[in-house]
Design a protein. Structure first.
Length: 192
């Protein structure tokens, strides 16, 4: 398992965290790619037997990787991830500091850029199977980020969506957590 402390991660100082501002799907995504390149080059792992699994921002990373590098992984899993940055920033105003301020008139280019790094706009480029898991009581990332993506993608790609009733962003109820791990086990067993 590889867990990347990409730029923008907390706990490494203010400069490291702010280096991720406006870099969703861009330099932050390349940090994840660079880490995987390092592992494949330096450790005895099979680059052809990998699945990208992420939760929250990591779920966004997995969905973004699915269209930016569609042949790199055998499958992708997004748990409570963002598929549409434009919709998310409209719903969650605090996100504008991380991905771009689309509220101001002069930020129309930033709005267009959000679409460029949103998986919901690139479904035709995705090749590998995807598993989406999202709780209906998620107050961090609205579960419609997953349900809307599923609705748009289900006739075009191999995709499964599990909606967890009354589960939060943090999978802090035993039923939601158990369902998540069971779905992960089944999905990874099938595709790896």
């Amino acid at each position: 398992m590889l867990q990347v402390n990409f730029r923008g991660s907390e706990g490494f100082g203010n400069a490291y965290q702010t280096a991720g501002y406006y870099e969703w799907g861009k330099r932050m995504q390349r940090d994840v790619d660079d880490a995987m390149d390092y592992v494949v080059s330096n450790f005895p792992v099979s680059k052809n037997q990998a699945c990208m699994v992420g939760a929250s921002y990591g779920g966004y990373v997995a969905l973004t990787e699915a269209f930016q590098q569609p042949d790199r992984y055998k499958c992708y899993v997004s748990i409570a991830g963002i598929s549409d940055l434009e919709a998310d920033i409209a719903h969650e105003k605090k996100m504008k500091v991380y991905v771009g301020n689309i509220i101001k008139e002069e930020s129309r280019d930033a709005l267009a850029a959000l679409g460029d790094v949103s998986a919901i706009n690139h479904i035709d480029e995705i090749k590998a199977p995807i598993l989406l898991i999202h709780g209906t009581k998620d107050t961090q990332v609205n579960y419609h980020q997953s349900s809307d993506f599923y609705d748009k993608a289900r006739r075009k790609i191999d995709i499964k969506y599990i909606e967890l009733k009354d589960t939060t962003h943090y999978l802090d109820d035993p039923t939601g957590r158990t369902a998540t791990f069971k779905a992960l086990d089944e999905f990874l067993s099938k595709y790896l």
